[in-house]
Design a protein around this ligand. Structure first.
Ligand SMILES: O=C(O)CCC(=O)C(=O)O
Ligand SMILES: [Fe+2]
Length: 301
């Protein structure tokens, strides 16, 4: 996947522009999250594609050059989909829920891929590769090439780099690492075709798990920085519930001590809100909060 993606980004601009991201759009080649002429742009180019269910695909935006791109992405995405389902089953178990809880609830899950290419930047102190944000997915699987570090996550209020490890995928997991059977997670990965994968387990989860667990697991704020020496590629799969499935905190996580903090909404609504908002830390999650004006940032981070 890395090879064909890199080949795509190395094509002349005219060739890549055959798959343009429409202004305000989220699929195709270009810059997403641009809302004004004077906005400082992130130092990256992206190719973003909806993959599943089939109706979200925009086939005209799938590159035909390199020739093996489509087939490679299909195969890769099939493997990653299975990985996400298994991860959700294990995450449910870490919460004392039946393994199928999230997968059953999510219906025909929405899967999209974003390939980010960050060219070398002469003044890396002046611009980010990708502004700070949390992802609007349930699980995100991130593959970064070995050429250069760039991904950073917020941990205890500071930015910490997530260094690339050969053949590793980055997946965010829950706060209470002790409670999670890391070995069983690695075990199931090694049974899959992605058998060379090592999992880098971070501390936190993405938006839906934060909402479903009523804040017990939290989404992680992250960003990408640029380098003046090398380019960098990341391939990021977002896995989320079907658009029309309404979700809210599970009753198991709402108690007298932890009153309900999020309202019910569906991924269609959330996704529209997400793509029409600037990347600004965890601000998009305000959408889901009950009494968001009175809830402090510290509480939510
Ligand atoms: O390039 C990276 O490591 C971060 C990419 C990312 O966070 C995203 O595409 O949402
Ligand atoms: Fe992200």
């Amino acid at each position: 996947m890395e090879k064909v993606t890199r080949e795509f980004f190395m094509l002349p601009l005219e060739e890549k522009e055959k798959y343009p991201m429409a202004p305000g759009g989220i699929q195709g080649y270009g810059h997403a999250f641009v809302f004004s002429e004077d906005q400082k742009l992130d130092w990256s180019n992206m190719l973003a594609l909806g993959v599943e269910p089939a109706f979200i695909r925009q086939p005209k935006l799938w590159p035909t050059n390199p020739a093996s791109f489509k087939e490679t992405l299909e195969k890769y995405s099939g493997e990653i989909r299975e990985l996400c389902r298994r991860l959700l089953a294990h995450i449910a178990e870490t919460l004392g829920l039946a393994p199928g809880t999230f997968n059953d609830m999510f219906g025909e899950a929405v899967q999209a891929v974003r390939m980010n290419f960050y060219p070398p930047c002469p003044r890396p102190e002046l611009v980010l590769g990708l502004s700070a944000h949390s992802d609007g997915s349930a699980v995100t699987v991130l593959q970064q090439d070995m050429s250069c570090a760039g991904l950073q996550v917020v941990k205890d209020g500071t930015w910490v780099p997530v260094l690339p490890i050969p053949h590793a995928l980055v997946i965010n997991l829950g706060d209470t690492l002790e409670a999670i059977s890391i070995h069983s997670l690695i075990g199931f990965i090694s049974n899959s075709v992605l058998h060379t994968a090592v999992i880098v387990i971070l501390e936190r989860m993405y938006v839906y798990v934060q909402v479903l667990t009523n804040g017990r697991y939290k989404s992680v704020e992250h960003r990408a920085v640029t380098s003046d020496k090398k380019d960098r590629l990341s391939i990021v799969t977002f896995y989320a519930p079907a658009y029309d499935v309404e979700l809210g905190p599970l009753p198991e996580f709402v108690t007298d001590d932890t009153p309900c903090r999020y309202r019910r909404f569906n991924h269609g609504e959330y996704s529209r809100h997400y793509v029409t908002s600037k990347l600004e830390g965890k601000k998009t999650l305000e959408f889901a909060k009950i009494n968001s004006t009175t809830t402090t940032v510290t509480e939510e981070n």
